[in-house]
Design a protein around this ligand. Structure first.
Ligand code: ADP
Length: 471
């Protein structure tokens, strides 16, 4: 992989982006804090300078008032010399703007007297401050114009060298601190992002191992559950479901292969006999009849499988019409009565009132027929079957099929609704193992469910609960 591609890959990683965000926000916050301090410090220094200039002007004013202009001139000279001629200067002016006296101005030659400021002072405004930048000099100069008394004005100037020094020091510290903070933020951010995403990495590795090898792998989950562990738990649950589905599909394939093999073998046998043995026309007709029968059974099985699959996938096409469940139950009982009698089983039907639902009448008929067929099939001679349909207060309709037949063992009970599942005792009897899975698919397609309670050698009760039509 080329270096450019690797850099691009790193750029698009979540860890890198999180680090960038973290470092960016960290630096932005630090900048805001720095600028806040910067403005605080500079305004404090400026205020201090202004205070110094004002107190000096006040001193000058009282000297002028008490001792007169000559004393003021002497005092101003002394002050300028004591402060340093390159740091402080003064000009004493008459109100006409004419110079009365000044300190040594050779260093401050570039600074003149602003006429408009003097005019403003004469109009009785208070002291006026001004900040001046002198070309080719590092430091700014802060200037105060103030009226000292009747007829006299002072222009006081002070180099802001300490101010500039502090700003420069501050800027140096700012650059160094920001660089250090950026490196620190990037390292800490990268470390934190890596740590936070370690769980995601584990999920990714597990997913990779699963696609390489088997579905048995699971992501380890810690006892203290955080968001990543929640992801791992959901991922594991999804794997459990996929594994269950894959196992079911495998079993179903085996079952389909097994169940299709027997009728196809029989059809082949019939065809072989018809080819190899000399037979009468009647024999040929019988063999053709058996072939049609086997083919019908096969087709029926395949159709049932298709309906179950489509219904479970939610793509089954059903009618949605009003139908009377009680009527369907009565018809089914009438249909199964001769079969029950021939088995020596007593069939009782109890569905007196109209019970309306919205659904597909053919599918509901098939569902009830499957349950009745099972009851007759799995109830020995002398037994009873009780079929009932009624509704409860919640507008829910219950169809129950209760028999006193062979019953279902607790081990088999959880599996009887699976496709092709047949309990051992019933294997000798005709059947495909699709009847109950069909019934369950139809019940849930109509917004209902089917439940069972059973005891070996005592009988079983299947209850279908369907939502009634809301009137
Ligand atoms: P089958 O075609 O075998 O009847 P089903 O899906 O209808 O397939 O039923 C699955 C299995 O459940 C049956 O093979 C049988 O062992 C058991 N079973 C279903 N109904 C009853 C019942 N009323 N009494 C006893 N066992 C039953």
């Amino acid at each position: 992989m080329s270096l450019k591609k690797r850099l691009i890959d790193i750029y698009y990683t979540l860890a890198f982006r999180l680090t960038l965000w973290y470092a960016g926000i960290f630096i932005l916050s630090a900048c805001i804090a720095f600028f806040f301090f910067y403005f605080l410090i500079t305004s404090v220094i400026r205020q201090q300078t202004d205070q110094d200039l004002l107190s000096e002007a006040r001193t000058f004013s009282s000297i002028l008032a008490v001792q007169g202009p000559d004393a003021l001139k002497r005092q101003a000279f002394l002050e300028a010399q004591a402060g340093g001629e390159k740091k402080i200067f003064f000009r004493l002016l008459f109100i006409t703007g004419q110079l009365f006296s000044s300190s040594n101005m050779s260093y401050w030659r570039d600074i003149g007297v602003k006429k408009e400021v003097i005019n403003r002072l004469l109009n009785d405004s208070g002291p006026i401050f001004d900040t001046i930048n002198i070309p080719n000099r590092k430091h700014q100069v802060r200037i105060l114009y103030a009226a000292l008394g009747p007829g006299m004005i002072v222009q006081l100037g002070r180099a802001m060298d300490n101010y500039t020094r502090i700003i420069e020091a501050f800027q140096r510290i700012f650059v160094i601190t920001m660089a250090a903070l950026f490196i620190l933020a990037a390292v800490v951010g990268w470390f934190m992002a890596k740590r936070a995403l370690a769980g995601v990495e584990t999920v990714t590795q597990t997913a990779r191992r699963i696609s390489d090898r088997s579905l048995d792998e699971r992501v380890p989950v810690k006892t203290r559950v955080n968001e990543i562990d929640q992801l791992a738990i959901t991922f594991n649950q999804m794997l459990d479901r996929i594994q269950k589905l894959v196992t079911e599909i495998k079993e179903m394939n085996d079952n389909i292969a097994h169940d299709l093999k027997s009728p196809i073998t029989r059809i082949r046998g019939i065809a072989e006999v018809s080819m190899t043995t000399e037979s009468t026309l009647q024999d040929y007709e019988n063999m053709a009849g058996s072939t049609v029968e086997e083919c019908d059974r096969l087709l029926d099985m395949i159709n049932t499988m298709l309906i179950i699959s489509k219904t479970e996938a939610g793509v089954g096409q059903f009618e949605s019409k009003e139908l009377d469940v009680a009527r369907v139950v009565q018809d089914a009982c009438e249909l199964f009565l001769p079969m029950a009698e021939s088995h020596g089983v007593n069939l009782i039907c109890d569905a007196p009132e109209r019970l309306l639902i919205i659904g597909d009448v053919r599918m509901i008929q098939r569902m009830i027929s499957n349950l009745l067929d099972n009851s007759v099939k799995y109830t020995p001679e002398g037994g009873n079957i009780h079929v009932a349909a009624h509704s409860d207060k919640r507008q829910s309709i219950q169809i129950s099929v209760r028999d006193t037949g062979m019953g279902i063992s607790p081990e088999d009970l959880p599996h009887i609704f699976e496709r092709f599942y047949r309990c051992d005792p019933s294997r000798s009897l005709a059947g495909t193992g699709l009847g109950l899975s069909f019934a369950r698919a139809i019940a849930s397609a109509h917004g209902g469910e089917i439940t069972v309670a059973s005891e070996v050698n005592h009988g079983s009760t299947f209850i279908v609960e369907l939502p009634g039509k809301i009137s």
